[in-house]
Design a protein. Structure first.
Length: 367
């Protein structure tokens, strides 16, 4: 979207442990990252650290950035730049902090703060998986151009963002969330408790009865691969259960947004064990009260990282249709379709690209 733009935007990767500051030009980082402790429990110290980090970035640049843009954990009033509410990783912000206005006053440039799931989706839609998919379609002779994307992140929690017709959907309350959807296997529990790091660990311990070891999802992945001692079948089933619950969430999101899906986050390293059950769920059936069995989704679901499936995705069911009363035809493709693809640039880079492109798009809209 702004891959060849010369404007500079200062960025921040805000985590509960560390704050990583940087700057981008043309969707690429142009300074070495500056990492400082978050001091998230001490509001005064945390704010001073944020100012210090951006000051260091501004000082190493040859020209002043046109904006500051970054993701910050919610809940928040993102359009106003106010962070507040129950933030697990930033407890000192819970009573509300006007972070954006503070930075604007300090640095004299516009400040844009968004949810990380939103910026992940916007980054993939404007500088990641969506333009890549559209280019591959064109290279294979396809004519359809996709403009809608749902971005999901698998990690500490379940993140989501939606880009509809090229525009980021922030909703009326900056509250587009997937984590609070119902868990398919435990309907009284939130989906995030089945689609997260803690879910993998909990499910493996439950199935394997291995309660004594402190394991990470990567450890469980190695167990599934046979590269670490443990119950390989329990490890594989843990990821499969994760995939089934995620597939139900994906199906709901696709049904409401009619979009392609990009997936990022650390747990995508285990997609070989997650994806089969995820796709099975999206491709499953559901019944009417009358007992009729219908598809869970009215569109065909493709694995866009599989070359053979991608080729079928491009071709669809295209045919020429005769216009009644004439000898002319029009192209017609009755196959409705969607697809799932894993990020090629990584969630962190996609979020940064999303922050960069969002800032410039906002600046351009007010010219």
């Amino acid at each position: 979207m702004y891959r060849f733009d010369n404007r500079i935007v200062a960025t921040l990767d805000a985590g509960g442990t560390n704050l990583v500051f940087g700057a981008m030009k043309g969707c690429e980082f142009i300074v070495d990252p500056i990492t400082l402790p978050s001091n998230a429990a001490n509001l005064e110290l945390c704010l001073a650290t944020i100012i210090d980090g951006f000051t260091r970035v501004f000082n190493v640049l040859e020209e002043k950035p046109v904006a500051i843009s970054f993701a910050f954990p919610g809940p928040a009033d993102y359009p106003s730049g106010i962070i507040g509410g129950f933030l697990m990783n930033f407890p000192s912000f819970r009573n509300g902090v006007a972070l954006g206005p503070m930075l604007e006053a300090k640095f004299g440039v516009p400040v844009y703060i968004n949810n990380d799931g939103d910026l992940y989706a916007f980054g993939e839609a404007t500088g990641g998986i969506l333009p890549q998919i559209n280019k591959r379609i064109a290279d294979l002779g396809g004519k359809k151009v996709y403009k809608n994307l749902i971005g999901f992140t698998f990690g500490t929690g379940l993140g989501i963002g939606q880009v509809i017709n090229g525009q980021l959907n922030r909703g009326d309350n900056s509250c587009v969330e997937a984590c609070f959807l119902r868990n398919k296997l435990k309907p009284n529990v939130i989906a995030e408790d089945g689609v997260s790091i803690r879910a993998i660990v909990r499910e493996y311990k439950l199935l394997s009865q291995d309660e004594d070891r402190e394991l990470t999802p990567y450890d469980i992945f190695l167990i599934a691969e046979g590269e670490k001692d443990g119950n390989a079948e329990a490890a594989k089933q843990s990821f499969a259960t994760f995939g089934e619950i995620a597939g139900d969430v994906f199906a709901t999101a696709v049904l409401l947004s009619d979009a392609l899906i990009a997936v990022g986050g650390g747990l995508t390293g285990a997609m070989k064990y997650i994806l089969p059950s995820l796709l099975t769920e999206m491709r499953s059936t559901i019944k009417t009260v009358a007992g009729d069995e219908i598809k869970r989704l009215p569109m065909r679901v493709f694995n866009l990282d599989d070359e053979a499936e991608f080729a079928s995705f491009v071709v669809g069911d295209s045919r020429e249709l005769l216009i009644p009363g004439t000898d002319r035809t029009v192209s017609y493709d009755p196959m409705k379709r969607t697809g799932v693809a894993v990020t090629k640039i990584g969630a962190s880079k996609a979020i940064s690209i999303g922050a960069y492109n969002f800032a410039l798009s906002q600046l351009d809209s007010i010219r």
